[in-house]
Design a protein around this ligand. Structure first.
Ligand code: 13P
Length: 260
């Protein structure tokens, strides 16, 4: 059994319909009728489908996550936003924060991400924190510097004992939705860097237990190789999480690695 339990999460982004979301969730719940030690599985549907998806996965091994939240502690006049206590109300265990699409398309800076991370952890909602470099940054040999800046900014004032409720996701922007997967070596090397960063900023024990997922064109046919790397502890899956028969092989790779 792997020391760090593999985690496979589906980020549905702005996809699915009420019908397809419910069917997808029910299909996964059928394949994972209960929580198993070898893998942890979560789905992160669009906000309007959180409730029906929660109902479809109730009692199964599939957990629920949201794709975003507002950072305010209290309810209030924030038109269009979703509060953490609402996510909690409908059964979300996780929230994805700092996704590159939020950063690049919706102007989320590290400071914005940090406020959300602190708010979510403060509420007891677990965080899937995404970091990752753009292609131009990789080509300019700035990958580690970018990761360092995003980590320091997103985790400012986050205490070490809060990291037990946080999962990191390394998502190189150039690999998201492009079919261009980072090679297992490229991904592993970024994960090693991130783990070392956490060891330096916090301590080696926290770094050893922290799960770091890889995201970016993960598919059934590359999942085993990626998840088989010693520092890759699972996957954050976009496109391939939208069909049961594409997502399940990735979960199966997680189970195989987790049990191995
Ligand atoms: P793809 O799997 O579609 O490349 O998306 C990855 C991602 O952004 C997950 O958060």
């Amino acid at each position: 059994m792997r020391a760090r339990r593999p985690f496979v999460a589906g980020n549905w982004k702005m996809n699915t319909t009420l019908k397809s979301a419910t069917e997808l969730a029910a299909g996964l719940a059928k394949l994972l009728p209960q929580d198993i030690p070898g893998v942890e599985v979560a789905v992160c549907p669009p906000a309007p489908y959180l409730i029906p998806v929660a109902a479809a996965i109730a009692g199964s091994g599939v957990k629920l996550g949201a794709q975003n939240c507002h950072s305010s502690k209290d309810a209030g006049a924030f038109t269009g936003e979703v509060a953490l206590n609402m996510l909690q109300d409908v059964g979300c265990e996780y929230v994805i924060l700092g996704h590159s699409e939020r950063r690049s398309l919706f102007g989320e800076t590290d400071a914005v991400v940090n406020a959300k991370v602190l708010a979510a952890l403060g509420k007891g909602i677990k965080v899937i924190l995404c970091v990752g470099e753009q292609l131009s940054e990789r080509q300019a040999n700035q990958t580690n510097a970018v990761l360092e800046t995003q980590m320091a900014g997103s985790l400012a004032n986050v205490a070490g004992d809060q990291l037990g409720n946080l999962v990191l996701a390394y998502e190189p922007v150039w690999a998201i939705g492009t079919g261009l997967t980072a090679s297992p070596e490229q991904a592993e090397s970024a994960h090693v860097f991130l783990r070392q960063w956490v060891a330096n900023r916090y301590n080696p024990q926290i770094a050893e237990t922290l799960r770091i997922l890889y995201g970016g064109s993960v598919k059934g046919d590359n999942a085993k190789l990626l998840l088989g790397q010693p520092n890759i502890d699972g996957a954050l899956v976009g496109g391939a999480s939208l069909k049961v028969d594409q997502f399940w092989p990735i979960v199966a790779a997680g189970i195989e690695v987790g049990n191995g």
